[in-house]
Design a protein around this ligand. Structure first.
Ligand code: GRF
Length: 216
């Protein structure tokens, strides 16, 4: 089957983008990155993309009078890459309903908490303040409300007594780098279905030639 095409939207460091670049380098990974789009010039994520010889584009929100015209511009640019899936990976602009609906169930985001807990910014500080015993990260389909939408994959990590926001962020980030490629693989393999705003993950199809026990 042809590899699914991804557009990855970033605003900064791009370590999650790097996890996708690394995953796509494996010949059996079912997706490839067709475009990396940043709304900020000069960020590390763009460097990572160029190093991997991926097409990049910078569209600064500052060049537009309002959110709608900025979104029209990025929409056109993304369309040009003909992606099957759009991945937000540290993209720090709020997207409006209009944009989100145009990419319904083809737009996913990573958030550094166990949603629906701790939506928004400064999640690690807030996890520590709340005394939560577990933190984690979530890949979800994007819906108009912030950090909302059907959950595709999550990973949890323990919170330690001596954690600072930075040590906790580092432990969560390690998991982010695992679950983003995992979620993309599940979607690209056609195993993800959204039913009633919940995600169902279908079992992997058996490899060709595998004997199936009808009783099992
Ligand atoms: C990550 O923690 C991600 O969960 C959040 O923004 C951060 C982006 O990091 N949405 P990077 O740019 O992928 O390194």
């Amino acid at each position: 089957m042809a590899r699914q095409k991804l557009a990855v939207l970033i605003s900064g460091r791009g370590s999650n983008l790097q996890s996708l670049i690394d995953a796509c380098a494996a010949p059996d990974f079912p997706a490839e990155i067709a475009l990396v789009l940043s709304n900020v010039e000069g960020v590390q994520g763009l460097e990572r993309a160029r190093k991997a010889k991926i097409q990049t584009s910078v569209i600064s929100h500052r060049d537009f009078a309002d959110r709608a015209s900025f979104e029209d511009a990025i929409h056109e640019r993304i369309l040009g890459a003909r992606p099957d899936l759009v991945c937000l990976a540290g993209f720090m602009r709020i997207l409006t309903d209009g944009f989100i609906k145009r990419w319904n169930n083809r737009l996913i985001n990573i958030h550094p908490s166990l949603l629906p807990a701790f939506r928004g910014l400064h999640t690690h500080e807030r996890v520590l303040e709340a005394g939560a015993r577990f933190a984690g990260c979530t890949i979800h389909f994007v819906r108009p409300a912030m950090d909302d939408g059907p959950i595709i994959v999550q990973a949890a990590v323990p919170v330690r007594a001596d954690d600072t926001p930075d040590t906790l962020a580092a432990r969560v980030l390690e998991q982010e780098h695992k679950i983003y490629p995992l979620a993309v693989r599940l979607i690209a393999d056609g195993r993800v279905r959204v039913v009633g705003e919940r995600v169902l993950i279908e079992r992997a199809a058996p490899a060709e030639g595998t004997l199936i026990n009808p009783a099992g």
